[in-house]
Design a protein around this ligand. Structure first.
Ligand code: GLN
Length: 494
């Protein structure tokens, strides 16, 4: 039998339906791959082998009765940010030490309803704060890609680094992820995988540990555009338990994948051509535009004039919301408790011991920008900038543009412990230069592998769409995936 872990979700669905193999065999193949690969990659923080075996058995029964759901028997990994009932849920933080929720997040419930099988919980940056997966309490995740001729470990991006690494290294068929400023799209781009951040409100945030509630969205990371569409169809949908979830029908996203781009207008924002942008990123972008043109799209130069304010405004809004959301971790209700001489002392000792450096930095920035006297100067202003950013996009879409093409990241994967980034958090923050605007405006964005850099590392392009028009993104991303035609699989060393 061929290696079952190499199948895409679409191929595995066909194989299961044709009874070429069972869900139990497929899950078994993944559990074996995790056992072999996880010590080197550190993508999983918890493996739920018994649960996976049970779920696969139930899927085989359903398949046998012809009652298969959309993802029946498909083994997936879950980012540690999603609440999973009775199972390790710590947002890769020490402060949630030992936390096992009493509830299941809506997005994961949707996946289980459709027959998906849970392999375990995936590593991530602590509370989803980071771009390299180095802020995790569980240590860094390793990218399955290495530069040609090098044995140096590279980061998989973040914060959904465990999701991206596990998908790329065949340790799950697909994974859930979340994106507040780029955390689905940047790790997808750095690992040769496909990641989509849906429109804000498309997926329920209920049961997902909150980072910055007005920006957070769940979405999938997968090995093909079609696989991402299949997962997103399952994950999406209105949820009365999340007041920002939008009551709209969920299209069959996979049906849109082969729609093509004939007649579409693709915008190219001039402000995304950054000073000092590497020539290979510029080349990739031009190639992407040529591919879309060759399939019948029209390319149009556009302007998004407030782009340069997006990253600074994000680093006010996101920490502000985080400082408020993370106030609940004080040693009383969840996870870690460090005893002190009185209750205030207990709060302080618990928070000092439970949060990592980056999380503390965000809490301090957030508390500062929300404090009396600074609130108007920082927070209120950042919200105004946010409105302007949103308006830039509205103007462009109202002017007839159907989707926007940009690079996904300013570079390929970098080294673990990269000194520049370790010493200067702002350098790390710049990883999200092309992705944060999309969160600020609440729009959907997809990252798709499009080429490789001179060292053989994957590079991605990003497509940004109109609100709730993820279908156009899937169709255009598929054109890029097909045209790039590349082999975006890592060479196995682990
Ligand atoms: N890298 C960004 C940050 O650190 C975005 C993270 C995310 O999208 N969760 O805030």
């Amino acid at each position: 039998m061929t290696d079952l872990t190499k199948l895409t979700i679409a191929e595995a669905r066909k194989g299961l339906a044709a009874k070429d193999f069972t869900a139990a065999e497929l899950t078994g193949a993944y559990l074996t791959a995790i056992e072999a690969g996880n010590p080197a990659l550190n993508a999983y923080v918890a493996v739920t082998a018994d649960q996976a075996t049970e779920m696969a058995k139930a899927s085989d029964e359903k398949l046998g009765k012809g009652e298969a759901g959309l993802l029946e028997g498909i083994p997936v990994g879950i980012k540690d940010l999603f609440g999973t009932k009775g199972v390790h849920t710590q947002a890769a933080s020490h402060i949630l030490n030992g936390f096992k929720p009493e509830y299941e997040s809506t997005v994961t419930s949707n996946l289980w309803r459709d027959g998906a099988v849970m392999l375990g919980k995936l590593n991530m940056d602590e509370f989803a704060m980071g771009s390299s997966n180095e802020t995790s309490y569980y240590g860094p995740v390793i990218n399955p890609f290495r530069a040609d001729g090098s044995n140096a470990n590279l980061v998989p991006g973040g914060s959904s680094g465990g999701s991206a690494s596990a998908v790329a290294a065949w340790l799950c068929a697909g994974a859930t992820a979340t994106d507040t400023g780029g955390s689905i799209r940047q790790p997808a781009a750095l690992t040769g995988t496909v990641g989509i951040k849906p429109t804000y409100g498309r997926c329920s945030r209920w049961g997902v540990v909150a980072f910055a509630s007005s920006l957070d969205q769940a979405g999938p990371i997968a090995r093909s555009v079609e696989d991402a569409a299949l997962m997103m169809t399952s994950m999406s949908g209105f949820d009365p338990k999340d007041s920002t979830s939008v009551d709209m029908p969920v299209p069959d996203f996979a049906a849109a994948v082969e729609r093509g781009v004939k007649g579409l207008t693709i915008g190219v924002p001039r402000e995304y051509r950054m000073d000092g942008m590497p020539a290979e990123i510029e080349k990739l972008w031009q190639e992407g535009l040529e591919w879309l043109k060759a399939e019948g799209a029209t390319v149009q130069d556009i302007s998004l004039p407030h782009t340069k304010y997006a990253l600074p405004a994000y680093y006010i809004v996101a920490p502000a919301e985080a400082s408020s959301n993370l106030a609940r971790y004080d040693g009383v209700k969840y996870g870690l408790r460090v005893s002190g001489k009185d209750i205030t002392d207990m709060y302080e000792l618990t928070r000092a011991a439970g949060f990592g450096r980056e999380v503390k930095r965000r809490i301090m920035i957030g508390t500062y920008v929300l404090s009396a006297g600074y609130y108007d100067a920082y927070y209120v202003r950042a919200q105004k900038v946010r409105t302007l950013i949103k308006r830039d996009f509205e103007d462009v879409f109202n002017g007839g543009v159907d989707a926007i093409l940009t690079p996904a990241t300013p570079s390929a994967a970098f080294g673990i412990g990269d000194e520049d980034m370790a010493n200067d958090p702002v350098k790390m923050y710049l990883n999200d230069i092309f992705t944060v605007t999309v969160n600020m405006a609440g729009l959907p964005g997809i990252a798709v592998p499009a080429g490789k850099d001179s060292k053989g590392l994957p590079l991605g392009l990003q497509l940004i769409g109109k609100p709730f028009d993820e279908e156009t993104l899937f169709a255009a991303a598929r054109v890029i995936e097909k045209s790039a035609g590349g082999d975006f699989a890592p060479r196995r060393w682990w």
